[in-house]
Design a protein around this ligand. Structure first.
Ligand SMILES: Cc1cc2nc3c(=O)[nH]c(=O)nc-3n(C[C@H](O)[C@H](O)[C@H](O)COP(=O)(O)OP(=O)(O)OC[C@H]3O[C@@H](n4cnc5c(N)ncnc54)[C@H](O)[C@@H]3O)c2cc1C
Length: 504
């Protein structure tokens, strides 16, 4: 294929989870006249968790031309302004903070003041540097407001979604099949490799053979094509990220549906609470080195106040890390088959989206050769590692110290040089944001997200005694800032109301 220099005619996607069907829909949109086949196994099934997204999922729907009113009601979806982190820090005043998605008002008006105050607080001055005061989407969330403003509001606001992942997969599958994707149910028994080490075909359990020019591995943690058949090595992140299991259970939804995910630190990991229109999805992500599945389930039940309730409970294992390459020969892996970083910031679908769109772009620009394969692999690895560093930072700077799990995380020295660098800049830089950009440390998360995390945990030196008195000028500017945010908020509807509109 590397010498033919023409668009692949036959594409085979192995795996019908969210990654497989997202890929099918994106290829349908980008490449005309290709024959796409998707093979999935009913017996193996899909992982069926993963209910929170970043704004990338909106970009995906925008790209394939689907309106929210078309898919959200069918997937019990809600809007997400960001994530509240509860009890990751024990420093008084910093027990909780919100990590918002970006809004245009941040950079124009509010975040410069946030940085100024952080700088002063890092010098020991008594100024307000908790992130919750500075972001429009934090305010929206606290007021149960959805992220879509009146048309007259001039600033853009990014947002994500919560959704039922099984229903989303089904929705995307029905759409792709209606547009001509051939869907085959069957288990892949063998991957047949040709003389030039490319994949030629796969053999199913009924001995049928399916050949293609391009193979997309969306087979989940098994990574049947990329890691098993093509022997691409897996780089585990277990030295950095201890969590390797999750227990999941649904609970009843509240009348007011919050436009946020809640992430609460527990004894040996953290629990998510994700609102859908018909239920909450809850899960406890933990490390089996510190907690048994039974103990984790009991702790989650206690946390939810449902110790003896009859709930549908699922236990899952997680393989955390990434493949060393994501595109090898005529195979690209998308989704869990390429890697997975634990779901603290709900980044998996964003990485899948990034992988498939970048792959299609590079493959096209390289005239359907492997010209940009190395560059692609390097960039996707950087994306994964950048997300990993941001997640690792939550554990590294944790202030709990109540169990050996949290103490070991805080003491863990297995952190990347990039993360060490960010932590150094935080303590030493006169202009954190500028230096983060200058040193290309903004690849996966913007400096303001790092600042939210570090300021949200209260990673500050002790206050200097002679600066304990309040600065009246500063109090006035904080008052103006909160008035500005409050007035912006007048342009946004209640989240429940927004959902009703979508469901109409
Ligand atoms: C605890 C947990 C929480 C998560 N939370 C989030 C979140 O909040 N946000 C987020 O974005 N992501 C999250 N994720 C990740 C998310 O679930 C996945 O990225 C997403 O579901 C895509 O999975 P997938 O399609 O790659 O794999 P899967 O859903 O596992 O699909 C694999 C497919 O391959 C098929 N298959 C496998 N072997 C064979 C075979 N031999 N023959 C034929 N077919 C085969 C299966 O039948 C299936 O169709 C979470 C994951 C976990 C474990």
């Amino acid at each position: 294929m590397s010498t033919e220099q023409k668009q692949p005619q036959k594409i085979l996607i192995v795996g019908g989870g969210t990654a497989g069907w997202m890929t099918a829909n994106l290829i349908l949109k980008r490449w005309k006249g290709v024959e796409i086949t998707l093979v999935e196994s009913k017996d193996i099934g899909i992982i069926g968790v993963g209910e929170g997204s970043t704004p990338h999922l909106k970009f995906f729907f925008d790209e394939i031309g689907l309106k929210e009113s078309e898919w959200m009601p069918q997937c019990h979806a809600t809007y997400k302004n960001g994530i509240t982190f509860d009890h990751w820090s024990t420093i008084p005043g910093f027990e909780s903070y919100f990590h918002p998605f970006p809004a245009q008002t941040d950079d124009i008006f509010t975040v410069p003041i946030f940085y100024e105050n952080i700088k002063a607080r890092l010098r020991g001055q008594n100024v307000s540097a908790h992130p919750d005061s500075y972001f429009l989407e934090t305010y929206l969330t606290r007021q149960s407001l959805g992220p879509i403003p009146a048309e007259t509001f001039p600033f853009g606001v990014a947002y994500g979604y919560h959704f039922d992942s099984s229903l989303l997969g089904k929705f995307l599958a029905d759409r792709a099949v209606a547009k001509g994707v051939r869907r085959i149910f069957g288990a892949v028994d063998e991957v047949l490799i040709g003389r030039d080490d490319t994949i030629e075909s796969i053999r199913l359990g009924d001995d049928s053979i399916i050949a293609a020019d391009l193979f997309v591995d969306c087979s989940g943690f098994q990574s049947l094509l990329l890691q098993s058949a093509l022997k691409i090595r897996f780089k585990s992140f277990k030295e950095n990220l201890f969590n390797d299991a999750a227990v999941v259970m649904p609970t009843e939804i509240s009348d007011v549906i919050p436009p946020e995910t809640r992430s609460t630190a527990l004894s040996n990991g953290w629990a998510w609470k994700i609102p859908l229109t018909n239920r909450y999805g809850n899960g406890y992500v933990y490390s089996t080195a510190y907690s048994s599945p039974g103990e984790a389930e009991e702790e989650l039940r206690k946390h939810l106040g449902l110790l003896d309730a009859n709930l549908s409970v699922r236990h899952l294992k997680m393989k955390v890390g990434r493949a060393e390459k994501h595109w090898e020969k005529n195979c690209v892996a998308v989704g869990l088959s390429q890697g997975f970083i634990e779901p603290l910031e709900a980044t998996a679908l964003a990485l899948s989206m990034e992988t498939i769109t970048r792959f299609l772009t590079y493959f096209e620009s390289g005239s359907y050769t492997y010209k940009f394969q190395d560059q692609f692999n390097r960039e996707i690895n950087e994306k994964f590692d950048g997300v990993r560093d941001y997640i690792v930072c939550h554990y590294k700077v944790n202030q709990r110290h109540d169990t050996s799990y949290w103490r070991d995380n805080a003491l863990n020295t297995n952190i990347s040089s990039n993360l060490k660098h960010v932590l150094h800049l935080w303590q030493s830089s006169d202009d954190f944001s500028k230096d983060m950009y200058a040193q290309s440390l903004n690849g996966s998360y913007q400096p303001k997200s790092w600042a939210c995390l570090l300021a949200g945990y209260g990673v500050f030196p002790p206050l200097r005694n002679h600066t304990q008195n309040r600065d009246l000028k500063l109090d006035e500017s904080m008052h103006q800032l909160s008035e500005f945010i409050r007035k912006c908020g007048l342009n946004f509807p209640k989240h429940n109301e927004l959902l009703m509109r979508g469901n109409a």
